[in-house]
Design a protein around this ligand. Structure first.
Ligand SMILES: [Zn+2]
Ligand SMILES: [Zn+2]
Length: 492
């Protein structure tokens, strides 16, 4: 900055001519490239090849354009700011709506808790009242007996008082014995009828109440920061499966085998894991789907491969380890129309043991007729045991089906307003769902029940994300042009 600072920030009509501190010359030029006032010496040195003019010439030019300049500001710039102001007030309305809806969720949950508590309270009350009724019925019965006994005693006493003179000795003794028996048999354990059920309150610990009431969390706390990237090739990255925070198995489109990609030293290494989709079990075995041979193949850590399940005539597509230690595999027939399944089509999610024994199969909804899937090509199980299936419904659209572990369709996520064609799904440590939408270059963050929360990544960070893998807090994203990006994912 060569010019002496202007004395006041506010515009004024006349300004004294400042001097260049560097060259001690009048500042009488302006550099259009740097938007700076300069002296003639500056023009020859620091701004040599720039577009500079005398202040007079530049001023005349500005005057000529002034009307246009100001009307552009009035018509365009101010209009743009107006639009932003309107957007901001809309945002406030939207925020209010969002807050209200969260508050009403809280109220609903609270009401549900209160009604459950009410039910429990009623049950406890019933136990107390039932005991009262039972005990008092016993007491009444006993009372009745006592009253009867009292009448008999009174009767006998009166009889003896009246008749003892005319009574034989034998009769007198006999009657007195009866009286003694009656009196001594008087039932005295009236305490047996005491109310015997007691109530004792449980601990009101804040921790357990908090966990029942739920908690709030801030979507701004979910953040992803790019930490690394690598151009793997130029083909779409069909599958990524991270083995640890540095190494990921990668399979590019049309390739038959996986390579190990080390993001830290940027080295690719051949692996003997061949197939289409892969999952790593907690025992470090790899299970691979093999489209061509209709098989699920196990590749041991030492590298030996063996077929554990022949799926013919069905083609295995997606695979993942199930939370019970088995496998979940999606299977598709290849002799009916891909996106128009008919009654002969098979579009199945199969739950099998690691040795290939079938545990269960899911193909239809509860009505037994509506198919769960059109083309289920990726599957992953959340740690809350929900099963998420990426289900292609046409060449360019799809959905994310969320099933309970027993195969009940809990919800289907269809994306936001724009085209939704999900390509992969992963879960964070709080069971939130992360799903990539290739066509719009967005990665959506969903709640465990499949409700949209926010865009985790947009086209500024990822272009056409196709495959993902989340290892602890390391999120790997592979795109359709061979670029791998690694992000640090934070959710607290
Ligand atoms: Zn100068
Ligand atoms: Zn310049």
């Amino acid at each position: 900055m060569a010019a002496i600072p202007v004395s006041s920030k506010y515009p004024c009509a006349q300004e004294h001519i400042p001097m260049c501190i560097k060259h001690d010359l009048n500042i009488d030029m302006t550099c259009e490239d740097c938007d700076e006032f300069i002296c003639s010496q500056c023009a020859k040195t620091d701004h040599k090849d720039h577009d500079w003019k005398t202040i007079h010439t530049a001023g005349s030019l500005r005057r000529r354009e002034l009307k246009k300049t100001l009307s552009k500001v009035k018509e365009k710039d101010i209009a743009e700011i107006d639009e932003k102001i309107q957007k901001a007030s809309k945002q406030k309305v939207g925020n209010k709506k969002c807050c209200d809806s969260e508050v009403s969720k809280l109220q609903k949950h609270y009401d549900a808790i209160v009604s459950k508590l009410d039910e429990i309270k009623k049950n406890l009350e019933t136990k107390l009242v039932e005991n009262l009724e039972r005990k008092n019925a016993e007491v009444s019965k006993k009372n009745l007996g006592l009253e009867k006994k009292r009448e008999r005693i009174k009767g006998l006493v009166e009889f003896l008082e009246d008749k003892h003179g005319t009574m034989s000795d034998y009769s007198l003794i006999d009657n007195l014995r009866d009286l003694t028996n009656l009196v001594s048999n008087t039932d005295s354990d009236i305490e047996r009828g005491d109310h015997s059920v007691r109530y004792r309150g449980g601990d009101i610990s804040e921790g357990s109440l908090d966990s029942i009431m739920g908690h709030t969390f801030d979507l701004d706390d979910f953040s992803v920061t790019e930490t690394d990237s690598f151009q793997y090739g130029d083909k779409c990255l069909d599958v990524l499966e991270a083995i640890d925070k540095d190494i990921c198995l990668v399979r590019a489109h049309k390739s038959d085998c996986f390579e190990r990609m080390n993001i830290r030293n940027k080295k690719k290494e051949k692996s003997n894991i061949c197939g289409n989709e892969v999952c790593v079990t907690d025992k470090d075995d790899f299970y691979v789907t093999d489209y061509t041979n209709h098989a699920i193949v196990r590749v041991s850590p030492s590298g030996s491969a063996c077929t554990v399940l022949n799926t013919a005539p069905l083609v295995p597509a997606g695979i993942c380890q199930s939370t019970d230690g088995g496998l979940l595999v999606t299977l598709v027939d290849d002799d009916t129309e891909t996106f128009h399944p008919d009654s002969k089509s098979r579009r199945v999610l199969r739950h099998v043991t690691l040795t290939g024994d079938v545990i269960r199969e899911y193909e239809y909804q509860v009505d037994g007729q509506t198919r769960l899937f059109t083309l289920p090509y990726k599957v992953r199980q959340n740690s809350n045991t929900d099963i998420c299936v990426v289900n292609s419904t046409s060449q360019s659209t799809g959905e994310l089906a969320i099933l309970s572990s027993s195969g009940f369709l809990k919800s289907v996520y269809h994306g936001q307003k724009l085209t939704f064609d999900p390509s992969d799904v992963v879960f964070d440590s709080h069971c939130n769902i992360i799903v990539s939408n290739c066509p719009t270059s967005q990665i959506h963050l969903l709640s465990p029940d499949g409700k949209f929360m926010k865009y985790l990544l947009t086209e500024n960070e990822v272009k056409h994300p196709y495959s993902m893998s989340l290892y602890q807090s390391t999120l790997w994203v592979g795109d359709d042009k061979g670029l791998i990006k690694v992000f640090q994912f934070n959710n607290t």
